[in-house]
Ligand binder design. Structure first.
Ligand SMILES: NC(=O)c1ccc[n+]([C@@H]2O[C@H](COP(=O)([O-])OP(=O)(O)OC[C@H]3O[C@@H](n4cnc5c(N)ncnc54)[C@H](O)[C@@H]3O)[C@@H](O)[C@H]2O)c1
Length: 437
């Protein structure tokens, strides 16, 4: 990444395109509309609530991040997207039951006007879903062309000056990268001959990158983490990021694990289980979709605890993650964690966490931050993988050959230092003590 000489001003409106308009997407849109009207606070969104310290502690300079970076306001956002179900955003929000009827009704007109475009969807990638609002075409290339046309029409019809995309669609089945993902040429040939390794999410990513639209992947599926997309992102100079929004249980894990490690406390086992009853839970009830999620969730501890460096503390951890579909809970998920830890002389102890969270309430601010920061990245001339946005992801994408950073506190420092660096401000290392310097 090169330090930007200048950052383009966020002139005009910013289109936020959401492939997959279910619970998370509609909670994000409704919340942004409510916050815009002063009818709710955008809690959890760093771009709306966060400040950033600049210079020495004695300088007392801590502006709001949105002012420091001159970010677009909520009024500047225009929402759109795709789904396999034709219901408008109000109907979907009511069906998802994340927000109360009273709350959703405050922005009913705006939500009702947002109707999903027909989806690029292949049922073999999401086995539990069956919708009618789906594109048809002889080849996957033809479907990708239709998505490109959708993007162009959306930009034109809404008079937006630029757009970003954040995948909020279902988790697709687990697939390993194969020959078709190995280069842009192979991928484009694969589109022509309907290669079975090309999923719906990959088609959106391909179409967005071709149209210069930055793409963030909120689910764990294989989408922009493959050489074909890296090549396209480089060629078109477009930022990409992923994957899998870091919310509930993994958020807790990446808060707790760095703390245990900082104190050199040992860990023998970590068992995590969840119950959730929304559509996401239904999709994850399919073992092949769950596998994608499981891989995304399991990497976290290994990378944070570095068992090779600390074999006596973390060399023999039993880590297990379960997700159980339990309809009565809807979006109000409950996540239990049992940690078997040990301290001085190896004496065992336990920690139990019971997080009664709300999945989409935790994910919505991440969608907002990613939309605004991916746009910033694009205006700053950044392209390819945006590691500084690892803060938002369970399974952060990273440059080939490097390891991902999972520790929430290191991620937060990296995010804020990148913001300072972009704006030519001094980086903060927390070294030294300005009073005694
Ligand atoms: N809520 C969280 O805390 C959280 C955290 C991390 C990741 N995620 C991921 O975010 C995604 C969205 O979660 P959700 O709770 O909104 O799920 P949801 O089931 O309510 O919404 C997903 C929507 O995507 C649609 N869809 C599926 N495939 C599509 C395609 N090819 N094109 C267009 N639409 C498609 C579905 O019809 C559905 O409406 C899921 O993949 C989930 O795993 C959520």
């Amino acid at each position: 990444m090169k330090q930007p000489v200048s950052i383009k001003k966020p002139e005009g409106k910013l289109g936020v395109l959401l492939p997959g308009m279910g619970a998370v997407a509609t909670t994000f849109i409704a919340g942004s509309l409510l916050a815009r009207k002063g009818l709710g606070e955008p809690i959890g969104a760093l771009t709306q609530m966060g400040t950033i310290r600049l210079g020495k502690r004695t300088d007392n300079r801590s502006p709001l991040i949105k002012d420091f970076l001159k970010l677009p306001g909520l009024d500047d956002l225009v929402f759109g997207g795709w789904d396999i179900f034709p219901e408008n955003a109000y109907e979907t929000a009511r069906h998802a039951e994340v927000l109360s009827k009273e709350h959703a009704d405050l922005v009913k007109d705006e939500l009702s006007a947002i109707k999903p475009m027909s989806a690029a969807f292949f049922p073999e990638f999401v086995k539990r879903l069956n919708g009618t609002n789906v594109k048809k075409g002889p080849t996957k290339k033809d479907i990708a062309d239709q998505v490109e046309e959708d993007i162009k029409s959306f930009i034109k019809a809404n008079g937006v000056s630029r757009a970003v995309a954040v995948w909020c669609g279902s988790t697709e089945i687990y697939i390993e990268p194969s020959e078709v993902h190995s280069s842009l040429e192979a991928f484009e040939k694969g589109l022509e001959r309907n290669d079975p390794g090309i999923s719906g999410s990959q088609i959106y990513a391909y179409a967005c990158l071709k149209q210069g639209v930055p793409y963030a992947n909120g689910a764990p599926n294989l989408t922009v983490d493959m050489p074909a997309m890296w090549e396209l992102a480089r060629e078109r100079q477009v930022p990409i990021s992923g994957k899998d929004f870091k919310t509930g249980q993994t958020l807790m894990k990446t808060i707790l694990a760095p703390g245990l490690k900082a104190r050199m406390l040992g860990l023998r086992g970590w068992f995590s289980t969840n119950i959730l009853g929304n559509r996401d839970g239904e999709v994850l009830d399919d073992p092949e979709s769950f596998k994608t999620k499981e891989v995304s969730k399991l990497g976290v501890l290994e990378e944070i605890l570095q068992p090779k460096l600390y074999p006596k503390l973390y060399g023999d951890i039993y880590h297990k993650v379960r997700i159980e579909y339990y309809p009565p809970r809807g979006d109000a998920k409950e996540g239990w964690d049992n940690l078997d830890i040990y301290g001085w002389l190896g004496y065992p102890m336990q920690i139990k966490v019971d997080f009664l969270c709300r999945d989409s309430i935790l994910a919505a601010p991440i969608v907002l931050d990613l939309a605004i920061l991916m746009d910033l990245a694009s205006r700053a001339g950044f392209s390819g993988i945006q590691e500084w946005l690892s803060f938002y992801f369970k399974s952060p994408m990273h440059a080939p050959g490097l390891y991902p950073e999972h520790d929430l506190f290191i991620q937060s420092m990296k995010l804020k230092n990148t913001m300072r660096w972009m704006m030519n401000e001094e980086l903060i290392t927390h070294l030294g003590n300005e009073y005694y310097d």
